[in-house]
Design a binder for this molecule. Sequence first.
Ligand code: ADP
Ligand code: TRP
Length: 334
Amino acid sequence: MDKREIVVSGIRSTGVLHLGNYFGAMRNYLRMQDDFTCFFFIADWHALTTHPDTKELSASVHRVLAEYLASGLDPAKVTLYAQSEIPEIAELYLLLNMLAYKGELEKTASFKDKGRQHPENINAGLLTYPVLMASDIMVHRAVKVPVGKDQEQHLEMTRNFAQRFNHRYGVDVFPEPYAFNFGENLLKVPSLDGAGKMSKSENQMATLYLNDEDDMIRKKVMKAKTDGGPTEPHSAKPDYIENLFQLMRLVSAPDTVRVFEEAFDQANIRYGDMKKQLGEDMVRFISPIREKARDLEKNKEYLHRVMEEGTQKARASAAATLSEVKKAMHLNYR
Ligand code: ADP
Ligand code: TRP
């Protein structure tokens, strides 16, 4: 029996992945695949809460899978699947909904944000989004969940649902899962316009996508917000400048970052040069992933095979949990 800690994480199939997804989530997936039992999936049901049009859904699911593989996830080491292929997740979601209170769901930050963005479509799926996410995690009895900072509240809710279930039914079926990031704190990759974080849907010119062409990457970086530079040595950095440095720390060599840090400290930095360098380093980072994902996306047969194998493994793990759940709840009549 595999005694390694269990890891679950997913990304919604709502568009092309970006640098925030990569550094907030996928970089950790890659580092975990050798040492943990990992389940990484594509959250297509979650996508439906905000993207009801399903014409592009299948292409988006294949795209995310291709990007997982292009970034280096190895289907021989990790279990990859689409959420909607695991009916046990929906079953657990139904049962957990009885333990989730309207008040706490309405207070969730993501519910309020998404409601503000789409006031015409505040559906029950959106309200119970955290319950579905808890089901994704709890269905494999996971303890570590590699996600970006924006998901912390959902993890806290997942722990509450797990505790409530164990307490209500008097059996410790579920461990408490925690958001996980190697090393430092959970990450928030800033957008290039100095406002907020990179995201799939907001301000496309301020987000670097993993399928952006080289010239587009350079163009976006050159347009990033800067100013006339510090007027005296040892100044503090404005947020949007700190953001640029943060992006540089993600993709550039430490020596390169140091050169620009010193130039800033000495108040003789040239942001044009810094952005040119950052643009080249971004191209070097993104272009191999883009090309690999493009090739994989065309190879539908391979993608289907990866999903088929992953679905089987994920369902076996999920079915074992549901059987414990039903036993604990006395949902056994024969
Ligand atoms: P988006 O917010 O772009 O729609 P998702 O909600 O599907 O993307 O997020 C998938 C994963 O990527 C989550 O773990 C989330 O925390 C992470 N993530 C998304 N944007 C960022 C960002 N700008 N910085 C860090 N992590 C991010
Ligand atoms: N809510 C996550 C996001 O928006 C995606 C997600 C759904 C997820 N289910 C999950 C992440 C389970 C980790 C574990 O990014």
